[in-house]
Design a binder for this molecule. Structure first.
Ligand code: ADP
Ligand code: MG
Length: 244
């Protein structure tokens, strides 16, 4: 069984169907991309997986456990962590304390890691050693994004759900982030990557799922998805800037 199985989830906001019977999988040790035009339902999918929002129908199975009744904190305990499209750092704290606090929080319900060590490794892996003393409000967006990924990593997750981690990064920084994430995956952490920069997705993901108007319109390896007629039509449809 895959590490994460999202099985036919639907979400409505009032009359709007944000997601209709969406299914996807993340196998252990994979980086999987989730792409689609603005408003396609990517962030909503991440919120359902992480437990922030209940689906109207469907189920999420993580590490062989049905997540139906598991809240956000329980899911972190099981090894799932997320970042947000809008930065959600603790601005009054230093970079180090942001990362360390996330590690301490996760370690409260787990005995399999030392939070200090986890925080330091995450800081080093994201190349943040030079800015540990800065408060996150002083950082350029690009660096703040990296802190958010470091914070997610410091909870020693099995699966990271990343919602547009390269937003606000320039192309060099995005490129670097892609390689950092690939290295994280190589040492066994799985990633579900929502990205506007689809080059990063096609370069690093083994599988890609494509949403449009809340429905899954394609999935497969990067090559197959790039050549998919429906994907091309969705991206060239006019209401958004990205191209495949
Ligand atoms: P994406 O992340 O792909 O841009 P979202 O998941 O944010 O898309 O949004 C999917 C759809 O659900 C959009 O039509 C959006 O306007 C709607 N939506 C998202 N969150 C809410 C909410 N809290 N209340 C009402 N509608 C929402
Ligand atoms: Mg979004």
């Amino acid at each position: 069984m895959a590490l994460l199985e999202v099985d036919s989830i639907s979400v409505s906001f009032g009359g709007i169907k944000a997601l209709t019977e969406v299914s996807l999988k993340v196998e252990e040790g994979q980086m999987v991309g989730l792409i689609g035009p603005n408003g396609a339902g990517k962030s909503t999918t991440i919120s359902v997986i992480s437990g922030l929002r209940n689906p109207n129908a469907g189920k999420v199975v993580f590490d062989n456990r049905n997540m139906l009744k598991a809240g956000v904190h329980r899911r972190v305990e099981y090894g799932m962590t997320r970042t947000f499209q809008r930065l959600e750092l603790w601005d009054s704290m230093s970079v180090y304390d942001n990362v360390r606090t996330a590690a301490e929080f996760a370690a409260r319900s787990r005995t399999d890691f030392d939070p200090k060590q986890a925080a330091e490794e995450a800081i080093s892996e994201l190349g943040l050693g030079d800015v540990v003393e800065y408060s996150t409000s002083q950082l350029p967006t690009g660096t703040a994004r990296l802190v958010e990924v470091a914070r997610a990593l410091a909870s020693r997750p099995k699966l990271m759900l990343l919602d547009e981690p390269s937003a606000g990064l320039d192309s060099t920084e995005s490129e670097r982030l892609g390689h950092v994430l690939a290295a994280v995956v190589r040492r066994g952490v799985s990633i579900l990557l929502v990205e506007h920069h689809i080059d990063m997705v096609f370069q690093h993901c083994q599988q890609v799922f494509v949403l449009d108007f809340g429905r899954l319109i394609a999935d497969g390896d990067p090559q197959a998805v790039q050549n998919d007629e429906n994907v091309r039509a969705a991206y060239l449809g006019g209401h958004h800037g990205a191209t495949v």
